[in-house]
Ligand binder design. Structure first.
Ligand SMILES: *Cc1c(COP(=O)(O)O)cnc(C)c1O
Length: 376
């Protein structure tokens, strides 16, 4: 009996070591985080209860909430001027919620249109307000980020919204536009915690957790407190940032287990060396995969201009669609999992989040090289 269970333990370990998960989200999680959750699942901290069964109003959960916030404040150096919220409804709910909270009916908004997710954010905002597209990559097919000088003036906008990393298009820009005193709002769903940020420069930043922060189910919102004060009475209480700041994100029952996992994830990031180290790894991983594309002499194609390439999400294709199918099948068999491109684009996409080991990028690059030799 003992031998059998030791054997299956080993099998689990090695099977984990042999696969790499390139999913765009829900995405790869650090193995130590999942191990700890597994160990604590039946009995959290000697309480005799699982976190899954623990009331969100009690001391046990309050400690998790406090520790998670403190850890995040430290990692991202979040100033006291900004509140940290964990909300439900995904980044997609934020598309509407931020519009309702940060602008009044009739006020125009300014957005950068740099890919699939900014287009979704714009469409959601347009249901409520008029949107000026102040910078756009639509004309170039979302292959090159607009230059900072290319932004149109937007002096009357209630806020300025950017999507610095387009998870589907693989397009990224690193500058923050000059907003002439208007609050800057950023969707950082796929790059939060992948590098240090100057939080004080943002009015609101938000990120669905399922890419670089933990499992799906919660959305991180960091908001300059004074911006939360202005929501009008027409905004329902549950959609007001103010409500959630006053309730400490416990206005209604949150997905408690996900919150706990985010706490473990943040501890893991800190243990691994923090955001400078995460940035170094993101650079190293993405360089390996882009090199594999660029050295393939046109066998693999990534359409994004070199200066606008994402360090996190790398879409690529092969001219011959049949070969793409074969690539995905063989890659899966080789333990390189979930490399399918977004359903709107086809092809392949390698998402390289914090929890992707460097060896994952190396193994993918080796596979790509080998596949091109066999089929090129
Ligand atoms: C995944 C993603 C979203 C959508 O997130 P949901 O949690 O599914 O609403 C929005 N923006 C970006 C940049 C994303 O990567």
């Amino acid at each position: 009996m003992i031998q059998a269970s030791a054997g299956s333990e080993l099998a689990r370990d090695s099977s984990r070591a042999r696969i790499y998960n390139f999913s765009a989200g829900p995405a790869v999680l650090p193995v130590p985080v999942m191990r700890q959750a597994q160990e604590e699942l039946l009995d959290y901290d000697g309480s005799g209860l699982s976190i899954l069964e623990t009331v969100h109003r009690g001391k046990t959960f309050a400690d998790i909430v406090a520790r998670t916030e403190a850890r995040l404040r430290e990692l991202l150096a979040v100033p006291e001027s900004h509140a940290i919220l964990f909300l439900q409804g995904g980044a997609s709910l934020q598309f509407a919620m931020l519009t309702l909270n940060l602008s009044r009916p009739g006020e125009p908004l300014a957005y950068a249109d740099t890919g699939h997710w900014s287009a979704r954010a714009i469409a959601a905002a347009r249901e409520l307000r008029s949107v000026n597209v102040a910078a756009s990559a639509r004309e170039n097919g979302y292959t090159e980020a607009p230059a900072q000088e290319a932004w149109q003036p937007f002096a009357d906008a209630a806020y300025v919204h950017i999507t610095p990393n387009e998870t589907i298009d693989g397009l990224e820009f690193d500058y923050l536009p000059e907003t002439a005193g208007r609050p800057l709002v950023a969707d950082l769903s796929s790059t939060i915690l992948s590098r240090p940020l100057d939080v004080s420069r943002y009015g609101v930043l938000y990120a669905g957790a399922q890419k670089n922060l933990g499992p799906t189910g919660l959305t991180l919102v960091i908001i300059r407190r004074e911006l939360a004060a202005s929501a009008g009475v027409e905004v329902p209480a549950i959609l007001r940032y103010r409500t959630h700041i006053e309730a400490g994100s416990l206005y209604n029952t949150p997905p408690t287990f996900n919150w706990y996992l985010i706490g473990l994830y943040l501890d893991w990031v800190a243990d691994e060396g923090g955001l400078e180290e995460m940035a170094r790894r993101a650079e190293a991983r993405s360089t390996i995969v882009y090199d594999a594309i660029d050295r393939s002499e046109g066998f693999y194609v990534n359409p994004v201009a070199p200066g606008s390439r994402s360090r996190t999400n790398i879409p690529f294709g092969i001219e011959d669609g049949e070969l793409e199918k074969r690539f995905l099948k063989e890659a899966d068999g080789a333990g390189l999992k979930q490399l399918e491109g977004h359903r709107s684009k086809g092809g392949m996409r390698a998402s390289l989040y914090n929890a992707m080991p460097l060896a994952g990028a190396e193994t993918l690059a080796d596979f790509m090289h080998d596949f091109a030799l066999r089929h090129g």
